[in-house]
Design a binder for this molecule. Structure first.
Ligand SMILES: *[C@@H]1O[C@H](CO)[C@@H](O)[C@H](O)[C@H]1NC(C)=O
Ligand SMILES: *[C@@H]1O[C@H](CO)[C@@H](O)[C@H](O)[C@H]1NC(C)=O
Ligand SMILES: *[C@@H]1O[C@H](CO)[C@@H](O)[C@H](O)[C@H]1NC(C)=O
Ligand SMILES: *[C@@H]1O[C@H](CO)[C@@H](O)[C@H](O)[C@H]1NC(C)=O
Ligand SMILES: *[C@@H]1O[C@H](CO)[C@@H](O)[C@H](O)[C@H]1NC(C)=O
Ligand SMILES: *[C@@H]1O[C@H](CO)[C@@H](O)[C@H](O)[C@H]1NC(C)=O
Ligand SMILES: *[C@@H]1O[C@H](CO)[C@@H](O)[C@H](O)[C@H]1NC(C)=O
Ligand SMILES: *[C@@H]1O[C@H](CO)[C@@H](O)[C@H](O)[C@H]1NC(C)=O
Ligand SMILES: *[C@@H]1O[C@H](CO)[C@@H](O)[C@H](O)[C@H]1NC(C)=O
Ligand SMILES: *[C@@H]1O[C@H](CO)[C@@H](O)[C@H](O)[C@H]1NC(C)=O
Ligand SMILES: *[C@@H]1O[C@H](CO)[C@@H](O)[C@H](O)[C@H]1NC(C)=O
Ligand SMILES: *[C@@H]1O[C@H](CO)[C@@H](O)[C@H](O)[C@H]1NC(C)=O
Length: 432
């Protein structure tokens, strides 16, 4: 065997380029096949060693004897193909990440293949949660959170007139993304070997249903229930108004047809066949409830919703002082007052010390049977009782000085008061 190595042909010279090979990403648990990618002209004594991290020998292959010797640590999970010198590693784990190289040893040593291998575990599933922070008939704002076992990102989404944009995306993980794709919000958790996505339809959070508007009116008033024209789909078949307290429709509009008005409303409803508003006159408390306008195409779309509350004006209130204690020595005065209406009353106690009054137990308020609010509060030197609902209020006031003597005396007869207290002090001195 004169000439040792006859010829070595390396078919993939770029693998040996100075900057080194690119990284090969592989999912943990899968098999890794590393090609030597060479066509070798070999001698009896030549051999090839697959190395891990340059120092550990995985397998040594003697060309002469065709003997492949696996290192103990790889014995059960590595294999060398004698036909093409490729190395097969079974079920790799993250700890198998590192550099691999096939060193050909003939006249001199030469790497005929080099790889940088990165074994990655597949990413965990990603959870998508969306909360709607606000919405109106045209726009809505959402907060999106994508979370995995150990990281999460948030984004704000703003939709206006059916067009949504991603306003803000905080990135706590390089592998987690939030993006919008047509009508969906997508969370993407990925690395080089795997991808988990979770998506949801925007419209399940951003309904185009208009928000219910609260309207408060007094018995006998009229109300205009409007439809925003841009919310009405073109070519609807029927547009109808419905009241929650009535099983039937109040009125239906159809193109090219006279509207149909429910007999219950015919005497007190006006309407407009172009703008589809209705005006209800002489409202009674029984008219309180939710009014919705729906336009029907092949789908049904709610185009307006009002929550109407009809109220009577609140009744008058009367406040009375039930109990009064005062001391001219300590200059303190306590008052217990009761504020009454026809269907409710509240008692409150005020303690005054040297002209500073407090309401014991803080401000008191109560919702009456007729859904009005009854409230007692202290304002300066006055006690105020307020009875109110959304359309009216009544009140009664008590001046503390009218009931606590020392106030009146110091203010109206201040010289007398001072003289009297002077004498009191004097008499104490005399006794002693
Ligand atoms: C090996 O060489 C062949 C042919 O040049 C090429 O297509 C292939 O990508 C190479 N393999 C590796 C792992 O570089
Ligand atoms: C291969 O080589 C090893 C150690 O170098 C030796 O123990 C073994 O017997 C050889 N096998 C064959 C088939 O030659
Ligand atoms: C090397 O041989 C193995 C087993 O036959 C085969 O799976 C692999 O694709 C071969 N590699 C090349 C580069 O031909
Ligand atoms: C998507 O996220 C939801 C909400 O967190 C979760 O219940 C669901 O299992 C996730 N789906 C997938 C495919 O990960
Ligand atoms: C959504 O947010 C934008 C900007 O903060 C604001 O202008 C808009 O009024 C919001 N929309 C709603 C329905 O609250
Ligand atoms: C909503 O968008 C449509 C088309 O994108 C446009 O024609 C329409 O005027 C917009 N409406 C409003 C209220 O901005
Ligand atoms: C975007 O994020 C910044 C910082 O977290 C915050 O101050 C800002 O209010 C956010 N903007 C929106 C539109 O949510
Ligand atoms: C997830 O993100 C990766 C990286 O940005 C991207 O390549 C991939 O296309 C995304 N997946 C989906 C389903 O869009
Ligand atoms: C309906 O529109 C009319 C005219 O613009 C307005 O006066 C009325 O307050 C609106 N009705 C409601 C319930 O907002
Ligand atoms: C309508 O308004 C009343 C009074 O404010 C309230 O109690 C009720 O929950 C509202 N109903 C709807 C459907 O919003
Ligand atoms: C007023 O009430 C307070 C607290 O209950 C008490 O300490 C004080 O003595 C009372 N004053 C009078 C004049 O009764
Ligand atoms: C009463 O209040 C006045 C002014 O706030 C203060 O100067 C005086 O010392 C107080 N007297 C007592 C007995 O607390």
């Amino acid at each position: 065997m004169a000439a040792a190595v006859l010829l070595l042909m390396v078919s993939l010279l770029h693998l040996l380029a100075a900057q080194g090979p690119g990284v090969l990403f592989i999912k943990s648990g899968s098999d890794l096949l590393l090609d030597a990618n060479t066509t070798l002209r070999i001698s009896e004594n030549a051999f090839l060693v697959w190395k891990f991290k340059e120092i550990q020998n995985i397998v040594r292959f003697m060309f002469g004897s065709q003997n492949a010797t696996l290192h103990q640590s790889w014995r059960d999970r590595a294999r060398l193909f004698k036909t093409n010198y490729s190395l097969l590693l079974n079920k790799v784990t993250v700890s198998d990440s590192g550099s691999y190289g096939a060193l050909f040893s003939g006249d001199d040593d030469k790497y005929v293949a080099k790889y940088k291998v990165q074994v990655q575990d597949p990413v965990s599933p990603v959870h998508l949660t969306v909360s709607s922070s606000s919405s109106s008939s045209l726009s809505c704002n959402l907060t999106v959170t994508c979370s995995t076992g150990n990281s999460n990102i948030h984004a704000a989404i703003q939709c206006h007139n059916q067009t949504c944009s991603l306003e803000n995306s905080t990135m706590h993980s390089p592998h987690l993304y939030i993006y919008l794709e047509s009508d969906h919000i997508i969370c993407n958790h990925s690395n080089q070997v795997s991808r988990e996505t979770n998506k949801t339809e925007i419209k399940s959070y951003c309904s185009t249903k208009p928000v219910s508007r609260a309207v408060y009116l007094q018995t006998g008033d009229s109300v205009f229930l409007n439809v925003t024209e841009t919310d009405v789909p073109a070519n609807f078949f029927i547009l109808s108004w419905k009241f929650s307290g009535l099983n039937d429709l109040m009125i239906t509009f159809s193109p090219h047809e006279k509207p149909h008005v429910h007999p219950n409303y015919s005497s007190r409803m006006d309407y407009d066949v172009k703008k589809y508003f209705v005006k209800l006159r002489n409202l009674q408390k029984a008219d309180s409830g939710v009014y919705t306008a729906q336009a029907t195409t092949f789908q049904v779309k709610t185009v307006a919703e009002y929550n109407v509350t009809v109220q009577d004006p609140v009744s008058p209130v009367k406040m009375a002082v039930n109990q009064r204690e005062f001391s001219s020595v300590s200059l303190s005065c306590n008052l217990t007052v009761t504020c009454s209406t026809e269907d409710a009353h509240i008692s409150s106690t005020f303690t005054c010390d040297n002209k500073t009054c407090r309401l014991e137990g803080g401000e008191r308020s109560q919702i009456t049977k007729s859904a009005a609010s009854l409230q007692v509060q202290l304002s300066g030197q006055s006690i105020i009782c307020n009875h109110s609902n959304q359309i009216s209020w009544t009140k009664d006031v008590i001046k503390i000085q009218d009931h606590c003597i020392q106030y009146g005396e110091t203010e109206r007869y201040s010289s007398n008061y001072l003289v009297r207290s002077h004498y009191q002090t004097l008499s104490i001195h005399l006794k002693n």
